[in-house]
Design a protein around this ligand. Structure first.
Ligand code: GDP
Ligand code: IMO
Ligand code: MG
Length: 441
């Protein structure tokens, strides 16, 4: 029984939500292990677009357990709103959502402090989603965070809120923000406590039991490897481990219980927010990518910066995650181009670099070196069968495989579940194709 991590190999928005939703029939449990409502995972439900921020992208399928691990930063209001939105769509939410008691809570002061630090950074701002994610993880590391489990004892909750608010008010005074009132925050969070209590469990114990029962687990990454706090382009990163290691620390499942890591890579690359991006393209071509790929943030609506596929960056992501298989998404966006560029190395101070340097001060100065491939100039959008794929596109796929040293095993050709091709014989050990096909109309 395979337990698999599915994660992004770029700067997020690779199409993880689509791939997780597609693969879900093959698994029993879908687990988010890090991040919070900074994520925006797009899935389609009965032809309608739905963006999930916190709930795992398996929720559209019946009888799947969706778990939020201890690695999550949880905004309780966003969590409850997402659940009521799912209910309003007619989805059954009873005992199929579980929340770790060790996950950290995002508090009202986190968002305020984030706005302040972003302002202070001026031109060097990270361009965060301003959801309070960074400050919540700061408090976790500083050992003053308030956890989901603290909601279960109102005396503890009150004490922790009072301590934190007294402290945070000192900072807010410096920032010339108005003081917060501990009692108001306590009352708000005590209200959430009642609604959230039924979802709270010990996730590590639960997952260990399910693994013993041979249930199959899919770990859903948020953000992407280049946004990982350790392996990303620090400081232009998010504040959690979006790479494979995060699946263990963010759930309490040991690495020996996880069988594979499937990387999701977009056929080009995008980035939202600040930080270097060597293959970024501006002007009309950049806009064409944005329009064809609908590259506008699923969470903040910001236009995504677009660029050619960066094989140096994706090869790096494959290395730090131990990825040998890739789901390739959105190649249909490139249908119209005569030539397709792939960055295969960087030049830095006259020298050729093949290993991705995560330091922004190096990345800002590298010049990407491209291989130019012939465009396929035919419609890939919506194709469902390998035999329909044009030879020029397959050449492009093989070229990428060599450049990133990983095999492409799934090709996505559109937003909908059925617009997906599984390459024969390449992923049979990890997924049950029959189960997947049975959910595709
Ligand atoms: P995530 O954060 O990695 O889940 O990705 P997002 O949902 O933020 O962004 C991916 C976008 O691309 C969404 O709007 C998806 O509906 C869309 N998408 C996913 N796969 C494909 C594909 O193969 N082709 C096209 N055209 N769109 C896709
Ligand atoms: P999904 O899961 C793309 C980016 C922000 C910013 C940086 C830090 O949909 O791929 P944060 O609010 O996390 O402190 O912001 O990370 N970022 C994302 N970019 N997709 C995401 O999630 C992102 N989540 C955060 O734009 O540059
Ligand atoms: Mg997204």
């Amino acid at each position: 029984m395979a337990n698999v991590i599915v994660l992004g190999t770029q700067w997020g928005d690779e199409g993880k939500g689509k791939i997780v939703d597609f693969l879900t029939p093959s698994f029993d449990v879908i687990v988010r292990y890090q991040g919070g409502h900074n994520a925006g995972h797009t899935v389609y439900f009965k032809g309608k677009k739905l963006v999930l921020h916190l709930i795992p992208s398996g929720i559209l399928h019946a009888n799947k357990l969706c778990v939020l691990g201890n690695g999550i930063a949880l905004n309780p209001k966003a969590f409850l709103e997402e659940i009521s939105c799912l209910r309003s769509l007619g989805l059954k939410i009873d005992n199929n959502i579980v929340l770790s008691r060790q996950a950290h809570l995002i508090m009202p002061y986190h968002e305020l402090l984030e706005r302040w630090t972003e302002e202070k950074r001026g031109e060097k701002k990270i361009g965060t989603t301003c959801r309070g994610i960074g400050p919540a993880y700061e408090d976790k590391a500083a050992r003053i965070g308030i956890r989901v489990g603290d909601l279960l004892d109102l005396k503890v909750l009150r004490e922790k809120i009072e301590e934190n608010v007294a402290w945070k008010n000192e900072w807010l005074k410096l920032a010339s923000y108005s003081e917060l009132k501990a009692e108001e925050i306590f009352r708000e969070y005590a209200g959430y406590a009642e609604q959230i209590a039924p979802y709270i469990q010990d996730v590590s114990t639960l997952l260990a039991k399910l693994i013993k029962e041979k249930k199959r687990i899919l770990f859903e990454g948020a953000q992407g490897t280049l946004l990982d706090i350790d392996h990303g382009t620090y400081p232009y990163v998010t504040s959690s481990n979006s790479s494979a290691g995060g699946a263990c620390t963010g759930t309490g499942v040991g690495p020996t219980k996880i069988n594979a890591v499937l990387g999701v890579a977009k056929a080009y690359i995008t980035r939202v927010g600040g930080g270097p991006m060597p293959t970024e393209i501006g002007g009309n071509i950049g806009r064409l990518f944005q329009e064809r790929g609908d590259e506008f943030g699923a969470t903040t609506g910001r236009p995504r910066r677009c660029g050619w596929f960066d094989a140096v960056a994706v090869a790096y992501a494959c290395r730090v995650n131990g990825i040998d298989r890739i789901a390739l998404t959105k190649p249909d966006v490139l249908d119209v181009f005569d030539e397709i560029k792939v960055c295969v190395s960087y030049r830095y101070r006259g020298e050729l670099i093949k290993d991705f340097p995560p330091e922004p001060w190096i990345l800002e100065k590298v010049e990407p070196e491209y291989r130019i491939l012939k465009g396929w100039k035919t419609n890939l959008h919506g194709l469902r069968d390998y035999s329909q794929l044009p030879p020029a596109f397959l050449d492009y796929v093989h070229f990428l495989e060599e450049a990133i040293e990983a095999q492409v095993v799934i090709i996505s050709t559109g937003m909908e579940r059925e617009e997906t091709i599984i390459l024969e014989g390449k992923i049979d050990d990890l997924i049950d194709q029959k189960a997947i096909k049975s959910e595709i109309i």
